[in-house]
Design a protein. Structure first.
Length: 284
């Protein structure tokens, strides 16, 4: 096991955030180190210590950015077949944390140095309801009324190892998608007349891929990385701009009745846990 791959810390509630402060849980005082684990060890740690708790999250840590000493050593208590747990001997500088994901979305896959580099550069957040990795890059100061900006822009990242996808949702305004970098991704469109379409976003026009596409208002849309890829960077712009009120996530069970050819996709991308609205007052 190389320490170039990510290590992970499980926690509850809001113990860890994207701030400049250091993270120092009680174990640092009582045992001298912060407990962490590798991707294959997360499930065992969850079952032993967190299975009965609500709102369990996983902090994804780039070990190359950890300032404290990181040592792989046997746990203080036997953990099935797992040995060589990463222990952080000192406070964890939180700028070494490159993602925070709900345990239910954690895929138990290794996070490669390439993906860690992208995450560390862009410092994404997780979009409410969908859980997509995103970063707001522009929100116009001019407004149309009711606090609706004339335009907005964001950068997003799809990644199978971190379960970053878009569930089916529709918007009150047109949205323009842009492909930026990485591997191709699929954009699924379900039209009000019953048609469905899969748009492949990427740079290989010889294969019919698109670098830009407009999704009309009212069309159900969802996206995920194409099979075999590591990650994809994309952008979305809207005019009028995005607000939480213009967003509606789908009831995926209902969608499957209307678009039976998309059953497998709906099942795969139903990550919104039946939530359909953004939190009150949310702006990207």
């Amino acid at each position: 096991m190389t320490t170039q791959n990510a290590v992970f810390v499980l926690f509850c509630g809001d113990e860890i955030t994207f701030t400049d402060e250091d993270y120092a849980p009680s174990s640092l005082q009582s045992e001298g180190y912060i407990h962490a684990c590798t991707a294959v060890q997360v499930e065992a740690v969850y079952r032993r210590f967190y299975a009965n708790l609500d709102s369990v999250k996983v902090a994804v840590i780039d070990p190359r950015r950890v300032k404290a000493k990181l040592v792989f050593e046997a746990p203080s208590e036997p953990m099935d077949e797992h040995t060589g747990f990463p222990h952080i001997y000192g406070k964890l500088n939180q700028n070494a944390i490159v993602d925070i994901v709900d345990y239910q979305l954690f895929t138990h896959q290794e996070i490669t140095p390439t993906i860690l580099d992208v995450l560390a550069h862009y410092r994404f957040e997780r979009l409410p309801v969908e859980g997509t990795l995103y970063k707001s890059t522009w929100r116009a100061e001019d407004e149309l009324g009711d606090s609706v900006p004339v335009g907005t822009a964001m950068i997003g990242m799809y990644c199978n190892a971190l379960k970053s996808v878009s569930c089916f949702h529709r918007l009150a305004h047109d949205e323009v998608w842009h492909f930026y970098q990485g591997d191709a991704f699929n954009l699924y469109l379900l039209y009000p007349d019953g048609r469905s379409e899969t748009i492949v976003m990427g740079t290989d026009f010889s294969k019919g891929q698109h670098v830009q596409i407009r999704v009309p208002a009212g069309v159900w849309q969802a996206g995920e990385l194409a099979a075999g890829g590591q990650y994809a960077l994309f952008g979305c712009t809207m005019a009028p701009g995005f607000t939480g009120e213009c967003f509606e996530a789908a009831d995926h069970q209902a969608l499957k009745q209307s678009y039976p050819e998309m059953v497998a996709v709906c099942d795969r991308l139903a990550v919104n846990n039946q939530e359909t609205k953004m939190p009150s007052g949310f702006v990207s």
